[in-house]
Ligand binder design. Structure first.
Ligand SMILES: *Cc1c(COP(=O)(O)O)cnc(C)c1O
Length: 658
């Protein structure tokens, strides 16, 4: 076998295919971050990041944000559009907006606004609360503020406040009644609105998030409604205020074809509106620009079959074609890309707390004269390995004995010790079979049945990680999204264990079982054997879009500790931690669910007092327990993994007690 190399590690975890150029593996075998594509000499070693996080006393799991990546993505998107516009000799501009629902964190929004300032990059809001944030954070008078989603009168009033403040707040009409409400409000308040119309599209996207296109879409105006809207605005003398045509056929559009189709349809709508007198300035294609999470560059849900350049060129080209054909001006192009901007900038670092094996702890299987005949039979099956490699037969026999034993146990015929021995022997057999199958040097390779191949899956380890899938990677749970997962260190060592990942929630769904490995999606991820004296860290990548902000309160784990990192040329480590945001304390998550931690503390105190009065607890001890309870309320909701990591060899510990 040839030696393990960094190149092999890169191919195994497909890092070049999903990293966007921001993540790599350095010569020390550590994952590293290249936050600024224009400064390739800045390479941040994740081992140093982890070290610094630990030294700062911050507990894992941690969500790490690289603001330089956010910055770079905003620049990338804008420059790609500008390039396409120049190449195609397009006359309009690109004026993108960032939809804050994708990651509403204040710092994220601030960074995007700052990075986007030279490009007049604006913000999009989809609700009243988001609009209230956007009104304050988008102070750039040249950029757009776009308001989507269903709106009540207060929401419309807030948009008009935006106009009062001199902002380009465009109210996108999702249903006809909003238009009437908006016009009335603007007359009473004497402020002219900027109006956009959202069209219901025939073009449908492909992927998990395409409910936004087609006739059954929740949002948008039909052809008849669009014409009526134009007529109505004409009558109300507000046609000049109709500035934008909007459509959005879904997020994570996996197929470039659906983007072309939607662009064509949208451009046709623009042309038709123009011809009936609605000379809108902006054509807004919504979101949908995909992220290739699994690196397959295909139309599966976690991927997309195009790159940024193809996206921008196709949009510009198709709009231009139709406009030139109809002999009408080229509109300014707006997109609302959220996922593509924010996905890469954040990752979750979690530690492995231990390995869960199907076969549990080691167990002493030495023969015992009182043992049941089934145990004896299992021993005979093991002995078969010495004679021939009839793996199928061995497997069938072992399986049958195990089944019988479990029946016999229920009937009281075999003892718990017999069961422990039988199960331990069984797993030894399975492991042996797996070894032989994997080596592939069997005499007659045709004897390897699907059954035997699937054994390898059953045997795979599970690595227990200190995080919650529900909190940190909701789409992995909800829609089987594949997210890149990779160990952060030891990548110069060959990974020898195939493991799935389980989290610390008590929900059986709290696991990751789809990984992009080599050229396929696999149920297990190649990982390294855990060491007794060393923590093993795993990164969950591309969590900056939706995942960061979607997590619920499952199991009351709450938000993660957050570390914000900026790169820096002059720093020895090339980075500095700019800010740490404490994750949820137990106190906070309980309060958010209407518990009252203070009175809970008091109740515990009373319960302890009663035990003291009854003479069951000594007063000094009681006070300590009460204090412990109230102090724990201020603690982090996730596990403190330092404590148990020393118990690495359980059997040895038990033996040493004897
Ligand atoms: C969610 C949403 C977006 C963002 O889509 P991405 O695929 O994340 O870019 C943009 N516009 C509208 C109207 C949306 O609902």
């Amino acid at each position: 076998m040839s030696a393990w190399t960094i190149e092999k590690a890169k191919a195994m975890y497909r890092i070049d295919r999903w990293s966007g150029g921001y993540f790599d593996i350095n010569e020390n075998g550590n994952c590293c971050v290249l936050p600024n594509p224009k400064k390739p000499d800045i390479c941040i070693d994740m081992e140093s990041v982890i070290k610094e996080i630990k030294e700062a006393g911050i507990q894992f799991p941690v969500s790490v944000r690289f603001y330089d990546i956010l910055h770079a993505q905003v620049v990338r998107l804008n420059e790609a559009f500008q390039e396409a516009i120049a190449d195609e000799e397009y006359h309009g501009r690109y004026l993108g907006v960032y939809p804050i629902k994708v990651n509403q964190s204040c710092e994220v929004v601030e960074e995007i606004i700052e990075a986007g300032a030279p490009y007049k990059f604006g913000l999009e809001a989809g609700s009243k609360a988001e609009l209230m944030a956007v009104l304050v954070y988008n102070q750039n008078k040249d950029s757009l503020t776009i308001l989507n989603g269903y709106k009540d009168n207060d929401c419309l009033r807030l948009a008009l406040l935006g106009r009062h403040l001199g902002q380009n707040t465009v109210v996108v009409i999702e249903k006809f009644s909003e238009l009437i409400a908006l016009v009335r409000l603007s007359k009473t308040l004497n402020v002219k609105p900027l109006i956009g119309l959202r069209a219901k599209m025939h073009a449908k996207g492909k992927g998990k998030w395409v409910g936004s296109g087609g006739y059954d879409a929740k949002f948008g105006l039909t052809a008849a409604e669009l014409i009526n809207a134009v007529d109505y605005l004409k009558k109300m003398n507000l046609l000049d205020e109709l500035v934008l045509l909007h459509f959005h056929i879904g997020s994570q559009l996996t197929d470039l074809r659906s983007i072309k189709e939607a662009t064509n349809e949208g451009a046709r709508l623009y042309a038709e509106l123009y011809k009936i007198g609605a000379k809108v300035t902006y054509i807004d294609l919504g979101g949908g620009l995909g992220v290739d999470y699994d690196g397959s560059a295909s139309t599966v849900n976690s991927s997309c079959n195009y790159r940024l350049k193809e996206y921008t060129v196709n949009i510009v080209y198709h709009i231009k074609q139709i406009c030139d054909l109809e002999n009408i001006p080229h509109p300014d192009i707006v997109t609302e890309s959220g996922r593509a901007i924010s996905a890469h900038h954040s990752l979750i670092i979690t530690e492995v707390m231990g390995e869960i094996r199907s076969w549990g702890m080691p167990f002493d299987t030495k023969p015992d004269e009182k043992e049941h005949v089934l145990v004896h039979q299992m021993r005979e099956v093991i002995a078969l390995f010495e004679y021939d490699n009839q793996l199928q037969e061995i497997f069938t026999d072992a399986d049958e004995i195990k089944e019988k034993a479990s029946e016999a146990f229920k009937l009281g015929v075999v003892t718990l010790k017999d069961i422990a021995t039988i199960e331990t022997l069984y797993w030894q057999i399975i492991q042996q079979i797996q070894n032989l199958v994997q080596k592939g040097n069997l005499d007659d390779s045709e004897t390897i049945s699907e059954d035997l191949k699937s054994i390898s899956n059953n045997l795979s380890s599970r690595y227990l990680c200190n995080f919650s899938v529900f909190q940190s990677a909701a789409d992995v749970w909800a829609i089987n999204q594949v997210l890149p997962v990779m160990p952060l260190m030891r990548l110069n060592e060959k990974p020898t264990i195939n493991a799935s990942i389980v989290d610390i929630t008590c929900d059986s769904d709290g696991k990751i079982e789809n990984f992009s490995v080599q050229n396929e999606v696999s149920n297990t991820l190649p990982l390294h054997q855990l060491k007794n004296d060393e923590q093993y860290y795993i990164g969950l990548f591309l969590t900056g879009a939706y995942q960061d902000v979607m997590g619920g309160m499952h199991n009351l784990f709450g938000r993660l500790n957050e570390v914000h990192i900026y790169s820096h040329d002059d720093d020895t480590e090339k980075f500095y931690i700019q800010q740490v945001i404490d994750g949820s304390s137990i106190n906070k998550v309980l309060s958010s669910m209407q518990y009252n931690p203070t009175s809970m503390s008091n109740m515990i105190r009373k319960m302890i007092d009663k035990r003291i009065a009854d003479g069951k607890i000594r007063p000094r001890e009681g006070i300590k327990w009460a204090e412990f309870y109230s102090q724990s309320l201020n603690g982090y909701t996730y596990c403190d993994t330092k404590e148990q990591s020393q118990f690495s060899n359980l059997l040895q510990i038990i033996k040493s007690v004897e």
